[in-house]
Design a protein around this ligand. Structure first.
Ligand SMILES: [Zn+2]
Length: 425
């Protein structure tokens, strides 16, 4: 898809990013990252300027085929000026050099010797943030020797840089949205998990290795369970999970991050494997079948929340599913009592509150539960497979889910979708 943007009244040329090639040197001691990046793009209409998302990056230089270009910042946007109108369809290769000390998006934990991303990709590379903009990626990281690392894409050979550093490289061959790009690197140890087919990686610090092995033991079962529900096999060669110092639980292409605290609670029986399942489910719903814009975010998060509960139903029994549904229902009641309930297709996902997130996650999951009850097991899951297969590696709107449900059931479901998703009576 393309990125046509209007920044401060300026009309910018729409373009499509084809490929990013990024080389990063994150430094644990100074908590600064230095980056060199090549962006291959095609202009979809002629124009002189284009805009990227660049967070708080300090851009040092932008070049086009070896020639320095003028650029300026407009808030979090980086505006690049070609100097003259460029014709549509022209393929351009920009080179950007930058550095940053990100306040979020890229976390440095010197005591634990860990560096990892938490969404907000444009805080550590120049990108187009829009979820409909899919591109391939080459990512290279200069890291201390003896560190382990996982990132988006297939890992290539590790090369020697100098006495203290190695270069780790990954290639993502399937175009994917930039918000699921990321990496994790640090003094981790590798823990083995039972595998059935897909190669599984689990990285964890020494203190949590034993617990994590138990907490993540169901991973292979989760992947085959979701592949069956989706009607599409797990889409990557490997699935990596890393237990880091502190995070909210994060999905990336072929990779998920969870926290030490959560792994401890799963190991002690205080928490379920629901969050591990939620992140695994995103490999299909979210990462591959992606909301077209953030107003349709419930198609990512409501779906992953629902699928995690369906996994718990299989893993822990009926009561676990019933408990999840009860929790969603109570959250919706609380939203209504507070007067902050909204339709699932969100009016404006600009600065979402905790209640807004509950609409997208819990109310979204509950609506899928309602559809499941309304259509019955056979029809509902046939519709989910149809929807997932039909939109794999593509952007979706709520309309696409509705059509799949209507095709499978032969029914007009507009009343239900109007009520829950569109807020129309
Ligand atoms: Zn999620």
């Amino acid at each position: 898809m393309f990125a046509a943007m209007l920044v401060a009244g300026l009309v910018l040329a729409p373009f499509d990013v084809r490929h990013y090639a990024v080389r990063l040197e994150p430094d644990l001691a100074t908590q600064v990252v230095r980056g060199e990046e090549r962006i291959d793009l095609a202009l979809l209409a002629s124009g002189r300027e284009i805009a990227f998302d660049a967070g708080a990056l300090e851009v040092d230089r932008v070049r086009l085929h070896g020639r320095d270009l003028q650029f300026r910042r407009d808030g979090k946007k980086l505006i690049v000026d070609f100097g003259s109108d460029q014709p549509a369809r022209k393929t351009l290769s920009l080179e950007v050099r930058y550095h940053a000390a990100p306040k979020y998006g890229l976390e440095f934990h010197p005591e634990q010797r860990q560096i990892y991303t938490i969404f907000s990709t444009s805080q550590w590379m120049v990108a187009v943030d829009a979820p409909s903009e899919r591109a391939t990626l080459d990512l290279a990281l200069v890291l201390p020797k003896a560190w382990s690392a996982l990132a988006t894409g297939d890992e290539q050979l590790v090369a020697h840089v100098d006495r203290e550093h190695d270069l780790h490289r990954w290639h993502l061959a399937t175009p994917m949205p930039s918000y699921i790009y990321g990496f994790v690197a640090g003094a981790f140890r590798r823990a083995d998990l039972p595998e059935t087919g897909t190669k599984l990686d689990l990285l964890v610090d020494d203190a949590h290795a034993q617990q994590a092995r138990g907490a993540f033991a169901a991973t292979a079962d989760m992947l085959s369970f979701f592949a069956d529900k989706a009607g599409v096999p797990y889409p990557h060669r490997r699935y990596g999970q890393v237990v880091v110092t502190d995070t909210i639980g994060q999905e990336m292409a072929g990779l998920s991050l969870l926290s030490n605290d959560y792994a401890e609670k799963v190991a002690s029986g205080e928490r379920t494997v629901g969050l591990i399942a939620h992140e695994a489910a995103h490999q299909w719903w979210g990462n591959a079948v992606t909301c077209r814009d953030w107003n349709e975010f419930w198609l990512n998060e409501g779906m992953a929340t629902f699928m995690a509960a369906v996994y718990l139903q299989h893993h822990d029994g009926e009561a676990a599913y019933a408990e999840a549904v009860k929790g969603w229902r109570a959250r919706i009641d609380a939203l209504r009592a507070k007067g902050v309930d909204k339709p699932l297709v969100f009016p404006d996902w600009n600065k979402p509150s905790g209640d807004d997130r509950a609409v997208v996650y819990q109310k979204g999951a509950y609506f899928l539960h309602v559809l499941r009850g309304e259509l019955g097991e056979t029809v509902f899951w046939s519709a989910i497979r149809d929807y997932t297969r039909g939109h794999f590696n593509a952007s979706v709107q709520t309309r696409d889910l509705q059509q799949a449900m209507e095709r499978a059931s032969g029914r007009d479901l507009s009343a239900l979708f109007n009520q829950w998703a569109y807020g129309k009576r």
